[in-house]
Write a protein that binds this ligand. Structure first.
Ligand code: DX5
Ligand code: ZN
Length: 214
């Protein structure tokens, strides 16, 4: 399965509705939404009021990536914004098992995001609870950064861990994804590629989305 999740961080915030309509009419699978608190990451993006409007115009599942500390405070809020899948950072959750349980109890798919420095083995004891694992392939906080090559090793190790346990867990890659690395990422075991800059800086974004899945 090859899926693309367009990251709205690189969209034109002045014409989000038009960008969402463009995605609705493309082969894009999920809308990736980066929520940042200026604490866990050195940047602030947007929050629930904006996401409610995104939900109104998007026909695609909302993939919410929480780059915030103590995310458990907001799970219900994000549910009411229309979240379909929520990723919390391993590095931001003191009680990860509890956080994943809380997301799942709301009927939302649960995912763990790992920063580039965090080994995939760190989550082996909660892997069975994860609908998805998001591997950061850049340091989180900004769009348009350069892909970290070591990510390929992490994908292969994680894929082995998932297969050994016969789990349906998806692997999502976030950061620096482009037309040059997409097929190698899928070949290594990735299922969902997040792409911000690659899609929104393209003069033919719908074609780029199609090509990212080739
Ligand atoms: C970075 C975010 C990403 C970002 C990816 O912290 O999590 O989702 O938007 O952007 P690109 O694809 O431009 O690297
Ligand atoms: Zn993201």
């Amino acid at each position: 399965m090859k899926m693309v999740a367009a990251s709205l961080l690189s969209a034109d915030f002045g014409r989000l509705k038009e960008d969402l309509e463009m995605l609705n009419e493309s082969e894009n699978d999920w809308v990736h939404i980066d929520v940042m608190d200026g604490k866990f990451v050195p940047n602030i993006s947007f929050g629930q009021p904006v996401i409610k409007h995104i939900k109104k115009y998007s026909k695609q599942p909302l993939d919410i990536h929480l780059m915030i500390e103590d995310p458990d405070r907001y799970f219900e809020d994000f549910k009411s914004c229309g979240a379909n899948i929520i990723s919390v950072h391993y590095e931001a959750c003191r009680h990860l098992h509890r956080s994943l349980s809380a997301i799942k109890s709301l009927g939302i798919k649960a995912a763990v995001a790992l920063n580039p420095h965090t080994p995939v083995e760190s989550i082996k004891d909660v892997l069975y609870m994860c609908d998805m694992v998001l591997l950061m392939s850049v340091n989180p906080g900004f769009g348009g950064q350069t892909f970290i090559e070591h990510t390929y090793n992490k994908i292969r190790t994680l894929k082995r861990m998932i297969d050994e346990r016969k789990l349906p867990t998806l692997i999502e890659i976030d950061g620096g994804v482009n037309l040059q690395n997409s097929s190698q990422l899928y070949d290594s075991g990735a299922n969902v590629l997040v792409a911000g800059n690659a899609i929104f800086s393209s003069s033919t974004p719908q074609k780029t989305i199609k090509q990212l899945k080739m």
